[in-house]
Design a protein around this ligand. Structure first.
Ligand code: ATP
Ligand code: MN
Length: 472
């Protein structure tokens, strides 16, 4: 039997008039609810194309009416019928079924997603079924729209999308603890002089999952000028927070002939544009998040899309924190890293919108960040680093202008205790046609988390990897 052409629920629900739909129309989906009254059954189905369900009306004249008794929450079906204006409340259109096919049933005694509302914690144990819930369907659609919006932003500006390796032999920047990638038999390790013989490993040397595509993106920026990556990164950090994953996606633009001011402007334009994109393209899902998760979500995102970000230096941030009169868990002094509580104070209380903090002490930042000349008032060396902080989340972007001067870079590496031999290719970029250049990393899940108002990053990625958790 040929499969009839299916029409997506979203297409039907947004049709101008019922005449725009095929007649008869075929729809398929999973049942949310079924209710009967007076010999007529009302079946709500969803196929993931929209938050709203489609109502299928099955009356006693339909030859498949006897099937109605077997329809339960979670079962899958195909209905063929006619799209019509719905006389009932709550929906504009409905489908009057001429035929109904039950594709797969879902035992109501066993199916875990019954009609009542479930907690997000409970649903995390059901990552294989949670995409069928309103919340996770909405997250998946918003995430999809944001990924597309990100590519669109860079493509429209002429950036080249490059794919950087996932397995790497270089500890990119000490950005975080790394996962080892090995084919060695851990129960029978080859040794050489009492040590593990890395020469016997797959690559003949230790290899890891990447923590950042930056160094390779820099290579491409030094030929193609404007590039970006968008890929998975891995950090074996044992931090059980609502903002950290062991596997997350990062967007990393890298721009030649660009300084920190240019980079900060790019970051601001980028964030404002993707928040505007999500408001424009996901209005139904955004209204849902606004209603159930954060009553100020849409106004907050609209404000961000329409106003300039605040800028301040790290030194100004430290002064503001010290003058705040707040009692922080971690005391603030020049030279210490800003903790989440400090970041949130700055963006939520001090300025009330996103803020770009620049020029951090070199001692707390990576070796490749460009060294500033000492400015009056500086209490130590600083680098051309920036973090973009947003309310509720704190850091969403980290970036810097890169050190393009060979001698300065080599000195910084020596100070950081790094052997420069494995970085020979990175140093070559400074030997042959070096340029001022800059780039940043945006945490994709943190950005979607911010845009949806969801509290926990584990509800933003379909299959979260966190300490002691890698089911599915
Ligand atoms: P944090 O201090 O918040 O742990 P970081 O300074 O280690 O982050 P960077 O190395 O600057 O992070 O990475 C760039 C961006 O990647 C961050 O601004 C953040 O949005 C995101 N990010 C970093 N670590 C994680 C993680 N473990 N899970 C999810 N996103 C992350
Ligand atoms: Mn950072």
């Amino acid at each position: 039997m040929p499969t009839p052409q299916r029409t997506r629920i979203q297409t039907l629900l947004t049709a101008e008039t019922t005449d725009d739909a095929p007649n008869p129309v075929t729809v398929s989906g999973w049942v949310k609810t079924v209710r009967s009254s007076g010999g007529v059954a009302f079946v709500q189905i969803n196929d993931g194309s929209s938050l709203a369900d489609l109502q299928i009306v099955v009356d006693a004249n339909c030859p498949d009416y006897p099937l109605v008794d077997r329809l339960t929450t979670g079962c899958s079906l195909t209905a063929i019928g006619v799209l019509r204006e719905s006389p009932g409340r709550g929906q504009r259109y409905e489908v009057a079924a001429d035929s109904l096919t039950l594709l797969g049933d879902a035992d109501p005694e066993e199916y875990p997603l019954q009609k009542k509302r479930h907690t997000l914690e409970f649903l995390r144990e059901l990552a294989h079924l949670r995409p069928r819930t309103n919340t996770f369907g909405a997250v998946a659609r918003v995430r999809n729209a944001m990924a597309f919006g990100i590519h669109q932003f860079f493509q429209q500006r002429g950036f080249l999308y490059v794919q950087t390796p996932i397995i790497t032999a270089s500890d990119a920047e000490g950005a975080g603890a790394m996962f080892r990638a090995t084919t060695l038999d851990l129960n029978d390790l080859p040794t050489q002089g009492g040590q593990v013989d890395n020469n016997a490993d797959f690559f003949g040397r230790p290899a890891f999952l990447t923590v950042s595509g930056q160094l390779e993106a820099e290579i491409f920026s030094q030929a193609m000028s404007d590039v970006y990556t968008f890929g998975p990164t891995f950090r074996a950090e044992n931090s059980n927070t609502s903002r950290h994953l062991a596997e997350f996606w990062m967007v990393e633009p890298e721009v030649a002939f660009c300084d920190l001011d240019g980079l900060a402007q790019l970051a601001e334009d980028f964030l404002r544009s993707i928040f505007a994109h999500v408001l424009d393209n996901c209005s139904e899902d955004m209204a849902f998040f606004n209603r159930f998760y954060d009553k100020e979500l849409i106004t907050t995102l609209e404000d961000i899309a329409n106003s300039d970000f605040e800028r301040m230096t790290y030194t100004e941030a430290v002064n503001a924190l010290q003058a705040s009169g707040e009692s922080f868990e971690f005391p603030v002094q020049w030279g210490s890293d800003l903790q989440s509580e400090h970041e949130r104070y700055l963006t939520e209380r001090k300025v009330g919108r996103p803020v770009i903090v620049t020029d951090y002490p070199s001692a707390i930042k990576a070796f490749y960040m460009r060294l500033n000349s000492r400015a009056p008032g500086d209490q130590g060396e600083t680098v051309r680093a920036m973090d973009v902080l947003v309310p509720r989340i704190g850091e969403i972007i980290g970036g810097s202008q890169r050190e393009e001067r060979l001698d300065v870079l080599q000195t910084r590496m020596a100070e950081a205790g790094l052997d420069d031999a494995p970085y020979w290719w990175y140093l070559d970029l400074r030997r042959y046609g070096t340029t001022p250049h800059a780039g940043f990393g945006l945490g994709f899940e943190r950005t979607v988390q911010f845009a949806t108002g969801m509290q926990n990053i584990r509800d933003i990625i379909a299959f979260p990897r966190t300490p002691r958790s890698a089911e599915f």
